[in-house]
Design a protein around this ligand. Structure first.
Ligand code: PGA
Length: 257
């Protein structure tokens, strides 16, 4: 049984003051929901504050990026050991980092290894652009992002990862993938690639989220798909009804279990 995991990717939103108000408004409701991992991913600047605000709850915290080196002359970067003091998870290889900040599969691979070495749990993002989707390249893109990103990781390490399938054309557009479409990519291409690289039990153990315009009104359909274990939520994670979204996800997951 894979435990569902819902993560809110706040991206570059909320000051410390705004984050404080927001977390105070959702933490009780979010904490009451059972049988699902709940992760809030604020910007670096709010990690410590959010961590303190949820410290007496089951809510966990994640960062949105990190560098792979442990220390040194890397102005503006954040090391895994620094995050380790602040959070449990780290989002790696988000498509916005790939598109705007030049992240490569090789860099994502280094980051995954560095995160695991510190006991951080990576949420590794993969997904095709609209042009790649239109050209029928989804399988090739997702498979090569995984092969590059997972290079030299052991089966046990891969089994412990969270992978987020986020088609770039669905992110922030209001145009979510269909649950059947996303489920097929996850089941056939993501679990399929992991099964080829490792084995079927590793492919079945890894948790895979869908991300891209997930909201309270469509999360149930995604959670109903047997290959989808949760969601990475951007815009809708900044609204109070993120609690409702997570509650619906947990209810659907417990019905299928
Ligand atoms: P969205 O973003 O939910 O706003 O589409 C998802 C993401 O980028 O992780």
């Amino acid at each position: 049984m894979r435990r569902p995991i819902l993560a809110g990717n706040w991206k570059m939103n909320l000051t410390i003051a705004e984050a404080t108000d927001f977390v105070r408004s959702i933490r009780r409701g979010l904490n009451e929901i059972k049988d699902v991992d709940r992760v809030l991913c604020p910007p670096y600047t709010a990690l410590a504050t959010v961590g303190e605000l949820v410290s007496a709850t089951e809510i966990e915290v994640g960062a949105q990026n990190m560098y792979w080196e442990e220390k040194g002359a890397y102005t503006g970067e954040i090391a895994p050991s620094m995050l380790k003091e602040l959070c449990q998870y780290v989002i790696l290889g988000h498509s916005e980092r790939r598109a705007y900040f030049g992240e490569t599969d090789e860099g994502v691979n280094r980051k995954i290894k560095a995160a695991l070495a510190q006991g951080l749990k990576p949420i590794v993002c993969v997904g095709e652009t609209e042009d790649q989707y239109d050209a029928g390249e989804t399988e090739a893109v997702v498979s090569s992002q995984l092969r590059g990103g997972l290079t030299d990781l052991s089966a046990a390490q891969v089994a412990g990862l969270v992978i987020a399938y986020e088609p770039v054309w669905a992110i922030g557009t209001g145009k979510a993938a269909t649950p059947a479409g996303a489920g097929a990519v996850i089941g056939m291409h993501i679990r399929g690639t992991i099964s080829e690289l490792y084995d079927e039990s590793t492919a079945q153990a890894v948790r895979v989220q869908y991300g891209g315009s997930v909201k309270p009104s469509n999360v149930a359909e995604f959670m109903s798909h047997p290959d989808i274990d949760g969601a990475l939520v951007g815009g809708a994670s900044l609204k109070p009804d993120f609690v409702e979204l997570v509650r619906i996800a947990s209810e659907v997951a417990s019905q299928i279990a």
